[in-house]
Design a protein around this ligand. Structure first.
Ligand SMILES: [Zn+2]
Length: 321
């Protein structure tokens, strides 16, 4: 469905079949030049949905802004860019986007998860399991990198780039100071808690994320256009809830650790998850991966703040209270 959310801003709900997220909101700003913010996975269902939105709006070419490296946000980047298009992203995630189109990125990510206790044979080297790998974009993207404070002009909006690392190391939002509208990517979501997961080049993502929440809290935002779910009108209330959620999670992780040395994978197994599965063994492989990533980010935060200990044994990290 294509919905007008503000003057010259349209939201297209792009389906993500068989994915718990169900859909992603791609935003299209129309004007003398058009701007597409995020794309959906590189799969035909997403491509058709976006194409129909372009047809409906009578758009033939567009510039693109990619909020972050996840494939549901950038999977179609090379398919919707024409020779005339400028493709914006932050440098950190832009480089990772080009890196993730190859095998080495996934091997390194796999090795990183093994370091945190994820079973060796379970996942990473299988190209069909991780949705981010299965529906990754094709080809090299020639990005124009944006920096904090830079302003992009589209559809009568003055869109300021706001760096919001946490959900990914180079996550970027766009903010119109006068109109008080923000395109928030996956930084703040209304119905689900953004996954905070370890990435290459980032050791303490939860610390980055909490800093970015506090940074955005200082901005005057009346309408937050999120990448999943409905727009948020009370961003400040949602920020409080998200901070509270992570505080509870940190307390839970400390309790699970107790006095025994445990890996992040062992901690993830014992954390509570809102998922329709009878136990941990019943979790689909991608959900075990994301859960472990979440456990890692909380353990690393506790370790760097001096609340827990970490030891490396046989190339694997173990944590203890
Ligand atoms: Zn994401």
């Amino acid at each position: 469905m294509l919905t007008k959310v503000a003057e010259n801003i349209y939201k297209k709900a792009v389906p993500l079949p068989n994915n718990p997220l169900r859909e992603i909101n791609a935003y299209i700003i129309t004007g003398e030049k058009n701007l597409l913010i995020d794309t959906g996975f590189n799969r035909p269902e997403c491509e058709e949905a976006l194409k129909s939105a372009f047809t409906e709006l009578g758009i033939e070419s567009t510039d693109l802004f990619i909020t972050h490296l996840h494939s549901d946000h950038c999977g179609l980047v090379t398919k919707f860019a024409t020779e005339k298009s400028t493709i914006f992203a932050g440098e950190t995630d832009g480089e990772l986007i080009n890196f993730e189109a190859g095998n080495l990125y996934w091997r390194m990510l796999d090795d990183l998860f093994i370091k945190y206790g994820f079973p060796k044979a379970a996942f990473g080297r299988n190209t069909d399991i991780h949705p981010g790998r299965k529906y990754c974009h094709e080809g090299r993207v020639d990005f124009t990198y944006v920096e904090e404070g830079q302003v992009l002009y589209y559809g009568g909006y003055e869109l300021e780039v706001v760096a919001t690392p946490g959900h990914t190391p180079g996550h970027m939002c766009l903010y119109d100071r006068k109109k008080k509208i923000m395109f928030g990517g996956d930084h703040i979501l209304g119905t689900i808690t953004p996954n905070i997961c370890i990435e290459l080049s980032c050791e303490n993502p939860l610390q980055d994320y909490l800093n970015s929440l506090k940074k955005v809290e200082k901005l005057d935002v009346k309408l937050l256009l999120t990448s999943h779910g409905t727009p948020i009108e009370d961003m400040y209330g949602r920020i409080k809830e998200l901070i509270g959620h992570h505080e509870e999670r940190l307390a839970e992780v400390v309790q699970i650790l107790g006095d025994e040395w445990k890996t992040a994978y062992m901690v993830a197994r014992d954390m509570t998850w809102e998922i329709d599965c009878k136990d941990w063994d019943d979790f689909p492989a991608p959900q075990k991966w994301f859960a472990t990533g979440e456990a890692i980010s909380h353990l690393q935060y506790l370790y760097f703040s001096g609340s827990i200990s970490r030891e490396e044994k046989n190339g694997v990290y173990y944590y203890k209270k």
